[in-house]
Write a protein that binds this ligand. Structure first.
Ligand code: PHE
Ligand code: NA
Length: 459
């Protein structure tokens, strides 16, 4: 077997894993999910999901990659020939995500530029849909041609995003991914901390924080809240996307798997909590300025980042442009390090399977994803993006996670060997609880989640 690429240092691996985990999901998804699902009370299902599914699965994926030293398909194949398809399935989900994740980073890049001089004007919603994205259903249809025409304001930053991501990937694991994360993650943290601290000192910040953290205990018995907690943990930790298996396949033989998993998970949750503070302080500020209840300004995702935030920045008491650049710049850095990890999974998968050079694999895998992503840079792009994102999150993630734990725990019956493998090289040793979480608790909850989603969608 030819020697596999390796991380240069332990910190390099942790930074890359944290870089993958910390992404758009932390900044624009978590604060709203928490707020919408019981506020302070949400932290109970969240912590439960983190401790019984998130961290145990992260340890399982780190162990798989480290033990079998392969991309997800190769690792699954080495575990058992018949399970290779699970790896390909996870890789396929990652591939689909990469095609639109890259587009959102492109928007954030464009908005970093717009932030200088607050170019979005007063009607931030109209600016996003009409002027920036040139949505066909908003702009006069007769004037703007077909859904297929490319929006230059999205296309140009999209090309830049792909040049950076593929440029890093060409350079390989140590000189590319590790080095990029050494720059991206500290930069992200500094930028993000600055904006969070500023947000906390805004007038009305406490109002926002109250809204986020006030526990609504009645929500805690609702199954949907638990589903939301698991969904957030899986997406946020990049679990069941083939990513963590791939990254850990580049670990040196002597590596502390269990500790690294805890560090990765707690760093990711730390950034989520920070984002919660920052986003809701800013929302509290806005509600105070506009003299409306907080429910009216609290939203998630695209609306939060590209409509509400520009509006908040408009009324910022000074240095508006600078804080805009910090906010959208944080999104760009957080997104890029996640995108690199997503693309690396199918590059590695193709490379292992067809014995290609990294260069060829990057051109084929990365190039294909980049090409498809252009579809989302068209006037109909937002529509496709919503549809694909919904489909992936509803059917892809929970099901892929469920199939992988059930396979390892019950079909191949490999939990004990995995545990021995990880414990032998880790300072921190897992016990029976780890096997119970993965063989019983997690399959039960994920199975329930999947059925619930299915019923919901058949209705
Ligand atoms: N974990 C990343 C986030 O929180 C998103 C992501 C999902 C990254 C899937 C890679 C794969 O945004
Ligand atoms: Na995350």
């Amino acid at each position: 077997m030819e020697s596999r690429e390796q991380w240069g240092t332990r910190a390099g691996f942790i930074l890359a894993a944290v870089g993958s985990a910390v992404g758009l999901g932390n900044i624009w998804r978590f604060p709203y999910v928490a707020y919408d699902n019981g506020g302070g009370a949400f932290f109970i299902p969240y912590l439960f999901a983190l401790l019984t599914a998130g961290i145990p699965l992260l340890i399982m994926e780190f162990t798989m990659g480290h033990k079998y030293r392969g991309s997800a398909p190769l690792s699954y194949a080495r575990m058992n020939k018949k399970t290779e398809w699970i790896g390909w399935w996870q890789v396929s989900i990652a591939f689909v995500i990469s095609t639109y994740y890259s587009v959102i980073i492109a928007w954030a890049m464009a908005y970093t530029y717009f932030a200088m001089g607050l170019q979005w004007g007063d009607d931030t919603g109209g600016f996003l849909m009409g002027e920036y994205l040139q949505r066909v259903d908003i702009v006069n249809k007769a004037e703007v041609g077909s859904v297929g025409s490319i929006v230059p304001g999205v296309f140009i930053p999209l090309i830049i995003v792909w040049i950076i991501a593929l440029g890093v990937l060409f350079k390989g694991v140590k000189k590319g991914i590790e080095r990029a994360n050494r720059i991206f993650i500290p930069t992200l943290l500094v930028m993000f901390l600055m904006i969070v601290i500023r947000a906390l000192t805004l007038e009305g910040a406490t109002l926002g924080l109250e809204a986020l953290f006030k526990p609504n205990w009645s929500k805690i018995t609702s199954p949907g809240v638990w589903v939301a907690a698991y969904g957030q943990i899986f997406f946020s930790l990049s679990i069941a996307f083939a990513i963590m298996i791939t990254y850990s396949s580049y670990l040196p033989r002597k590596s502390d798997i269990n500790n690294n998993a805890f560090i990765t998970a707690f760093s990711n949750s730390g950034v989520e909590l920070l984002a919660g503070f920052g986003v809701f302080s800013a929302l509290g500020f806005m509600a105070t300025q506009a003299n409306v209840p907080i429910e009216e300004v609290a939203t998630a995702g695209i609306g939060l980042a590209f409509v509400v935030f520009p509006e908040i920045l408009n009324s910022f008491p000074g240095l508006n442009g600078l804080f805009g650049v910090l906010f959208f710049g944080s999104l760009v850095f957080a997104g890029l390090s996640s995108l690199i990890s997503i693309v690396e999974t199918f590059i590695a998968g193709v490379q292992d399977k067809f014995k290609l050079s990294r260069t060829k694999a990057v051109i084929i895998g990365g190039g294909l994803s980049a090409l498809i992503s252009i579809l989302f840079a068209t006037q109909g792009g937002l529509f496709f993006l919503d549809a694909v994102d919904y489909f992936i999150n509803t059917f892809g993630v929970a099901l892929a996670g469920l199939v992988s734990v059930v396979t390892v725990a019950w079909v191949v019956r490999n939990l004990k060997p995995f545990q021995d493998h990880a414990n032998a090289i880790s300072d921190l040793r897992t016990g029976l609880w780890w096997r119970i979480c993965l063989s019983i608790v997690t399959p039960a909850v994920l199975g329930y989640m999947f059925v619930l989603n299915l019923i919901d969608n058949l209705k």
